[in-house]
Write a protein that binds this ligand. Structure first.
Ligand code: NAP
Length: 279
């Protein structure tokens, strides 16, 4: 009997999942490097997640990304959870190991940081406090990454205050919680300003932040990437700030999974951005 090597399969599990840009990203990389493999969107209802995750490896899947609403639930199912995924309380990258174990990692924080390192080459995270808007899952990854990068203080504001307080409890005294409606005050003298809320995204309400105290030396970045240039970034640019959009974070967070599943470290460059934007 001939032993046919299996073509590796990967995908993104979400609910809904049609909006995900990950299939365009991984599909582009597969074509670019001439690799055998497929990456597909898979809509999975929350109740089906444990069963689907145990079944996919039998079908030839080597791993998956998980997105909303599965990012937290995956930690209850995985056999091995990286320290950073445990700290963040969510995972986005899953590897189905040959020994049958499900390995869960979170690459959002490294993706966030790689995006800033790529585009804001003069940015020094240790130069001053960082102001973070929002305290959801993405904020947890961003705060973990900022602390690791040596940011001296994180000023955090979230509409629902207890969520911000929970982040302070988890990440420690470097996190200082500010009132959501006073966020315009906390951005003064910051080296970094990050929007991690979904405000400003196409179809969501706008982000209203008083930027009068924003210094032109502050690096400003938005996790929202639809539109690519949000009103938040446009206002910061009008004040002389250097800005970085959120698309690069999406591209960089996908790279470690692609490398593990398909055996090739992918390039995150202008061609990758254009491939995802034009998909
Ligand atoms: P999440 O856990 O649902 O958190 C959403 C955040 O937005 C919370 O802080 C929430 O505040 C806030 N928010 C939502 N509606 C609001 C409103 N009307 N007024 C004030 N605050 C509001 O979502 P997430 O996973 O953290 O994702 C947040 C954003 O980041 C999304 O737009 C997502 O697409 C984006 N993201 C981008 C990347 C990337 O690669 N660029 C990666 C991950 C996430 P409350 O706590 O008060 O509800």
């Amino acid at each position: 009997m001939t032993d046919h090597p299996r073509i590796p399969l990967a995908g993104v599990l979400g609910h809904p999942v049609a909006h995900s840009r990950s299939p365009a990203l991984h599909g582009y990389w597969l074509r670019r490097y001439g690799l055998k493999g497929h990456y597909i969107p898979i809509d999975v209802a929350p109740a089906d997640l444990p069963h689907v995750l145990r079944t996919l490896p039998q079908m030839g899947f080597v791993g998956v990304n998980v997105t909303i609403p599965h990012k937290e639930a995956i930690l209850q199912i995985a056999d091995i959870i990286t320290d950073r995924a445990a700290l963040i309380g969510a995972a986005n990258t899953v590897i189905f190991r040959k020994d049958g174990k499900i390995h869960a990692d979170n690459t959002d924080g490294t993706g966030f940081m790689a995006n800033l390192r790529q585009y804001a080459t003069l940015w020094d995270p240790s130069a001053g406090p960082a102001a973070v808007l929002g305290a959801g899952g993405a904020a947890r990854a961003v705060i973990a990454a900022l602390i690791e990068a040596g940011v001296p203080e994180i000023r955090l504001a979230n509409r629902t205050r207890p969520r911000a307080d929970a982040l302070r409890a988890d990440f420690g005294a470097k996190v200082v919680v500010h009132e959501w409606n006073m966020a315009g005050l906390m951005i003064e003298d910051c080296a970094t300003l990050v929007n991690t809320t979904s405000l400003g995204m196409t179809g969501k309400p706008p982000l209203h932040l008083n930027m009068e105290r924003l210094s032109p030396d502050t690096l400003v970045t938005d996790l929202v990437y639809t539109p690519l240039k949000t009103q938040f970034l446009l206002e910061a640019e009008a004040r002389g700030c250097f800005t970085v959009d959120g698309l690069g974070m999406l591209l960089h967070q996908g790279a470690p999974g692609f490398e593990r599943w398909f055996g090739q470290r992918p390039e995150v460059d202008e061609a990758t951005r254009q491939a995802v934007l034009s998909a």
